[in-house]
Design a protein around this ligand. Structure first.
Ligand code: ADP
Ligand code: MG
Length: 214
């Protein structure tokens, strides 16, 4: 089944970033987007995850044209079905890591899975305050928080940027397993080509176009 279909997206800030970008994400798909810094990767991810409206083009999520949805329906889709793992991880700073997960679990009526905490190597530090954790630990807590809500699409912008190679590869395996098991999809932005090519499909920004390279 199709989860996301982007049709002919264009976007301009001070100058034209990209034009005529089309992309399809199906269940159990993983897509990587690569390209040099400033080519528009993060902007495209913001558009695909409904944070930003494209200047031109259509975004269809779960079969629904998003520009035709009410604000309320869009909020609901975003809350229940989209998982955003971005560079600044927006954890609640005054709370413990566990309390951050509890909020996500409560909002989405899901349980916090102990196995997930173990897989991410944050079981030991889960009751510490967010501010006491290292950048890498915070990043893994934010990944745990996103997976706890059981999204149908995960959008990840350099999700392993703060992690060492071994931890990064464990996190990626976790994403891939999640996508397989839950009939979900993953769209990953990275500058790490090796990592990108672990995804089923790879696209690269070249001359303001998005070109499929795998
Ligand atoms: N909200 C914004 N307003 C104006 N310019 C922006 C905005 N967001 C990004 N840009 C510009 O768009 C270009 C692409 O940014 P970005 O999508 O973050 O690229 P990438 O993630 O590939 O490095 C950059 O030149 C950036 O300065
Ligand atoms: Mg970026």
């Amino acid at each position: 089944m199709n989860l996301l279909h982007a049709k002919n997206l264009s976007h301009t800030f001070e100058y034209k970033l990209f034009e005529d970008v089309s992309l399809e994400l199906n269940e159990q798909d993983s897509i990587a987007i690569i390209g040099i810094s400033g080519s528009g990767k993060s902007t495209l991810l913001h558009i695909l995850s409904t944070l930003l409206k494209p200047d031109y083009g259509e975004l269809v999520l779960f079969g629904k044209e998003t520009s035709k949805l009410s604000k309320k329906d869009l909020v609901k889709i975003k809350r229940d079905d989209l998982g955003l793992v971005f560079q600044s991880h927006y954890l609640f700073k005054g709370f413990s890591a566990y309390e951050n997960l509890e909020v996500a679990a409560m909002l989405s009526h899901q349980d916090i899975e102990e196995a997930l905490l173990n897989r991410l190597g944050i079981y030991e530090c889960i009751h510490q305050k967010v501010t006491e954790l290292s950048g890498g630990q915070q990043q893994r807590v934010s990944i745990a928080r996103v997976l706890t809500k059981k999204p149908r699409i995960i959008f990840a912008d350099e999700p392993t940027g703060n992690l060492d190679k071994k931890t990064a590869s464990e996190v990626m395996n976790l994403f891939f397993e999640y996508v397989e098991k839950n009939n979900a999809g993953l769209i990953l932005v990275t500058h790490d080509e090796a990592l990108a090519y672990e995804c089923k499909k790879v696209f690269r920004f070249e001359n303001k176009e998005l070109v499929r390279v795998k």
